[in-house]
Design a protein around this ligand. Structure first.
Ligand SMILES: Nc1ncnc2c1ncn2[C@@H]1O[C@H](COP(=O)(O)OP(=O)(O)OP(=O)(O)O)[C@@H](O)[C@H]1O
Ligand SMILES: C[C@@](O)(CCO)CC(=O)[O-]
Ligand SMILES: [Mg+2]
Length: 424
């Protein structure tokens, strides 16, 4: 990785999506949740700008805008916001940015129909993070993703984490590696990803949370935390515990293709909790117990299930025509997934498409639940470690035959990483 002596360089940051194994929604109300990084990434690239302007390119949303920096400067009505302070995290407030909402609305209205959905929140979060971290420095910013947008896999958090990291690296708040000696060649196909310095990774997470607040309204912080730090984590009231799982986690993710919006779903659950505080409180408590049990199970070494005296607990379960061995932990985890899904249905965030996937997989004795905010989006299906690839194929064919798309997830990998390249 290298930066030219002239200081002209391009930075890239990639941040993973996530799956929530247990505890979504209730976590907003202070309970425990368990989540893991997903091996699909959002990448933010920043290169030197031209003509004293800022270019924002968001291909997934159909946004491509070029703003003269003067135009952005006019949005900054508070003198203290003119000096970027990347090391000092601040929150967006409409009163401090009285002209931003109308500006963004005008920009988004001028975009194509594809560009309209979700673009307002993404552009608002961008302008807030850009001016707060980089100030009025010309730059060209592109954010692209392997994640489906708005499908429960943490696309908003990955967007905020990747963008924040790239901005902090471009502003040099995150240190870039050694400059190469003059004349050193840097090959473009030698991209190496580096973990963000331990001292700066908390700063990334805090800024990304502020971006998530703009997109989500009331995020718990679990999504940006998992995207930033990676691996498998337990999250409760801002406390993060990295889990050293003993159990290989294998799952299928199915996208219902039903569009939804996390901000609206979280707000809906909040309103229901106000209408029925005792009943909703009891459900949140049950979800908390489930998440805690999931934590215990994940940290317990696998034990092969045995037949009970009367044969009630089986060591192998039928999956279509193919028998599958499940461990005691896998059987218990399946029960918890079923219970969690039932409770999520109870708080009003399931959907017919989600339930129909749960039914399809139940025929194979596999358990499924929505993941993320629900209301559509993605469903996870636990796959026993020993389930053969032929059996997984059968399940996939059945799910896809009903018009959904699914894939086997890679989970529990790294968090945010950076890369940097000299620009000639
Ligand atoms: N690649 C991207 N480019 C631009 N904006 C994005 C991108 N990914 C996500 N966003 C922003 O995040 C919004 C979707 O966030 P939302 O929280 O509703 O769904 P999600 O994060 O995919 O799911 P969940 O929050 O349930 O995990 C988009 O409408 C957009 O504002
Ligand atoms: C629905 C929710 O619990 C998870 C979204 O991935 C919201 C949040 O925790 O911010
Ligand atoms: Mg989100």
């Amino acid at each position: 990785m290298a930066v030219t002596e002239s200081g002209e360089f391009r930075v890239e940051a990639r941040a993973p999506g996530k799956v929530i194994l247990s505890g979504e929604h209730a976590v907003v109300h202070g309970t425990s949740a368990v989540a893991a990084a997903l091996g699909l990434y959002t990448t933010a690239t920043i290169r030197p700008g031209m003509d004293d302007s800022c270019v924002l390119d968001l291909p997934q949303l159909g946004v491509y805008s070029k703003w003269p920096l003067k135009m952005i400067e006019e949005l900054i009505t508070q003198p203290h916001l003119l000096n970027p302070k990347p090391a000092h995290v601040t929150s967006y407030s409409e009163s401090e940015w009285p002209q931003l909402a109308a500006f963004v609305e005008r920009q988004v209205r001028s975009l194509s129909a594809k560009g309209a959905k979700g673009a307002d929140a993404a552009v608002t979060a961008f302008l807030f993070l850009y001016t707060s971290i980089l100030g009025l420095q010309p730059a060209t910013v592109r954010v692209s993703s392997e994640l489906p947008v708005g499908a429960g896999l943490g696309s908003s958090a990955a967007y905020c984490v990747a963008l924040t990291t790239a901005l902090l690296a471009y502003s040099r708040e995150i240190e870039l590696p050694q400059l190469p000696s003059v004349g050193e060649e840097v090959s473009t196909d030698r991209k190496i990803w580096f973990d963000v310095d331990e001292k700066k990774v908390d700063l990334v997470n805090k800024w990304a949370f502020e971006g998530e607040r703009i997109i989500h309204g009331r995020p718990s912080g679990i999504d940006n935390t998992v995207s930033t730090y990676g691996y498998v984590v337990k999250f409760k009231k801002g406390q993060i515990t990295r889990l050293h799982t003993q159990m290989p986690l294998r799952m299928l993710l199915t996208n219902t293709q039903v569009g939804r919006n996390t901000k609206a779903l979280v707000a809906g659950v909040g309103e229901r909790a106000l209408r029925h505080p005792a009943a909703m409180g009891a459900i949140f408590k049950a979800i908390d117990e489930i998440a805690e049990e999931v934590v215990t199970i994940l940290q317990t070494p696998p034990e092969t299930a045995r037949l009970g005296k009367s044969g009630e607990v089986v060591s192998s379960d039928e999956c279509g025509p193919h028998p599958v061995a499940k461990t005691v932990q896998e059987i218990r985890l399946q029960e918890l997934v079923d219970m969690n899904q039932g409770l999520l249905q109870g708080i009003g965030v399931s959907h017919l498409s989600i339930e129909s996937i749960c039914q399809i997989t139940a025929a194979y004795r596999l358990s499924s639940k929505l993941t993320g905010a629900g209301g559509g989006g993605c469903v996870l299906t636990l796959l026993p470690h020993k389930l053969s690839s032929t059996s997984v194929e059968l399940v996939k064919v059945d799910i896809e035959g009903k018009g959904f798309s699914c894939f086997e997830a890679v989970i529990g990998g790294n968090g945010v990483q950076v890369s940097c390249q000299a620009v000639s």
